[in-house]
Design a protein around this ligand. Structure first.
Ligand SMILES: O=P(O)(O)OC[C@H](O)CO
Length: 395
């Protein structure tokens, strides 16, 4: 680890060191020549995804944790069904828990059009041991050369531009280039568990072009007992930070290891900024589990900001303005221990600067948690924080 006292090194040197560190510790080669476009909120995300689906000529693979209701849920179903009816191979992988609220008629319509739909670990069909391990990845891969991943779910909550509580704040990314393979593999890994057919003659397996400049490593997290790759990835990013570590997450409920690591990172002089949901969150127990740790984090110098206009649902981390993580992983035990996840490690100053600008814009619509006021919080709040401790490993 480089000590903060040594001062900043040129960005390209840090990027190269971080790249090699990640490649050797994760065992996954980074790819070059990727074009990445960050998409902010449903207004940008959904039209891009739907346009890509409508332009598909060979294959569409889509996986999602949330597939709920609303016009956007219908728009996706209609677009997928239309392409399947036109002869494109369309595969849709739905998490058996997260997508339970999908409307029956949409499933029927897609099925009749030829969309191959598979359910990942439908709760009642499984042993209790597997039910805790969900498919939380969000990925869309079109014609093997364009992919999307990030935080978005397919539901009306994600529509709009985070203007009010009905429009959640999220970030997704559109990827072209060799990194698409890693995202496609995240789909294939989970699809293989649920379906006999892994590929067919509509998969062309053609080479990727290099349409951009981004270096990207694609990391998959899988349910396991013991230490997980997703934990290693975040640990490397935190321990590599020399100046600034930023985290935006929907669900903040880490184990004590990661709380300690955040504190240690701040204590060695790195600016650690955390952006979390404020008054609007759909999982209060998870928020309480995270709030249990606020006092220690604030004492260590970590700043915590709560997003005010609506639910903050993005899953983004940036390091020193040179590298970023974006994907499906929340900063909680569920993402780091229990669920299938996919995260892009992007080693690129320009892309990271865009995410940092978004972060700063979000901060302007957030309220900081004041350490002195937090220490004086109500006894009831403290009791609620303690009350969720027994279930925190599932949050
Ligand atoms: O799990 P996420 O981060 O995809 O968010 C969806 C929520 O679980 C819905 O409650």
């Amino acid at each position: 680890m480089t000590s903060v006292e040594q001062g900043p090194r040129p960005a390209e040197v840090r990027i190269q060191h971080l790249r090699r560190r990640l490649e050797r510790l994760m065992g996954v080669a980074a790819t070059e020549g990727n074009e990445l476009i960050a998409l902010r909120n449903g207004d940008q995300i959904f039209p891009e995804m739907l346009d890509a689906i409508k332009a598909a000529e060979h294959t569409i693979d889509m996986m999602t944790f949330v597939y709920w209701r609303g016009q956007i849920a219908r728009d996706f179903a209609v677009a997928l069904a239309e392409r399947a009816a036109a002869g494109v191979r369309v595969r849709l992988l739905l998490d058996g828990f997260g997508a339970m609220r999908i409307e029956r008629d949409l499933l029927d319509r897609m099925g009749e059009a030829g969309v191959r739909i598979a359910w990942f670990r439908k709760p009642l069909w499984l042993s209790p041991l597997k039910q805790n391990h969900r498919c939380h990845r969000k990925a869309l891969i079109v014609d093997e050369h364009t992919a999307f991943t990030g935080g978005v779910g397919i539901a009306e909550e994600w529509c709009g531009d985070a203007r009010n509580p009905g429009e959640w704040r999220d970030t997704h990314v559109k990827v072209r280039g060799p990194a698409v393979d890693g995202i496609a593999a995240a789909f294939s890994q989970n699809w293989a568990e649920c379906h006999d057919e892994l590929y067919d003659d509509r998969d062309r397996f053609t080479e990727h072009e290099q349409p951009g400049d981004c270096v990207v490593q694609v990391i998959r997290g899988s349910a396991s007992i013991g230490w997980q790759d997703m934990q290693t990835l975040i640990r490397v990013m935190l321990t590599s930070a020399e100046q600034r570590f930023r985290l935006a997450t929907a669900y903040f409920a880490p184990d004590t290891y990661f709380v300690d690591l955040l504190c240690a990172t701040a204590r060695r002089g790195v600016t650690v900024e955390i952006l979390l949901p404020g008054p609007y969150t759909d999982q209060r127990a998870c928020r309480l589990a995270g709030q249990y740790h606020y006092e220690r984090l604030l004492e260590a110098g970590v700043t915590i900001h709560q997003f005010q206009p609506t639910m903050m649902h993005a899953k983004v981390m940036t390091v020193d303005g040179v590298a970023s993580l974006i994907g499906s992983t929340n900063f909680n035990r569920r993402s780091m221990n229990h669920d299938e996840e996919v995260m892009l490690a992007v080693l690129d100053e320009e892309f990271t600067a865009g995410l940092d600008r978004d972060f700063e814009e979000d901060l302007r619509r957030s309220a900081p948690v004041d350490p002195a006021r937090w220490r004086r919080r109500a006894a009831l709040q403290r009791m609620l924080e303690a009350a969720v401790l027994p279930i925190r490993r599932f949050l």
